[in-house]
Design a protein around this ligand. Sequence first.
Ligand code: IMP
Length: 192
Amino acid sequence: MKMIFATNNAYKLKEIKLALPDMELKGLQEAGIMVDIPETGITLEENAVIKARFIYSKYGVNCFADDTGLEVQVLNGAPGVFSARYAGPNCDFGDNNEKLLKELESENNRLAQFRTVICLILDGQEFLFEGVCKGEILNAYHGKDGFGYDPIFKPSGFKQSFAEMTLHAKNEISHRGLAVQKLICFLKQKKN
Ligand code: IMP
């Protein structure tokens, strides 16, 4: 099956290709689509739908888009949908991590979860899938792999941060991995 994943994030694309080996999956750049789709929604669901609809309406190809947020309990779910821009409009992953560590400096409750929403558009019909990974925000950086908040997020029941795990191990338990597994189950049912 041919499909476009509406992302410019090479790391995410690699992560999802690993989980979908049977699919002819292309990211935006590989598909020759040079756009940065504005994420103007105020929920993860809205952003995933906006991105998938943008691609489907312009190019008419089956596609899916995801949006992820890190939801910190003591911050009432922030940074949530604003996770990419938590430290300001031109911030990078390092700035966001610094801000979060500072925000939680004297905080004992470090519970947090990553939540991913995927919007699939298949032959014009829309479907949503959600994946959640519960864990905690560490006090300092652990590990060098991954991206975003990976070095300061430790999933529940594990000793390592996401940044200390292999891509394969992260995929098995991660928010995006779980949402993708639901997507895969759905696509397999459709094929049969
Ligand atoms: P996006 O909407 O999927 O691009 O995610 C928004 C932001 O959440 C990213 O810029 C990252 O800071 C963070 N993020 C998303 N997925 C992950 C992950 O798997 N690990 C760590 N941070 C992530």
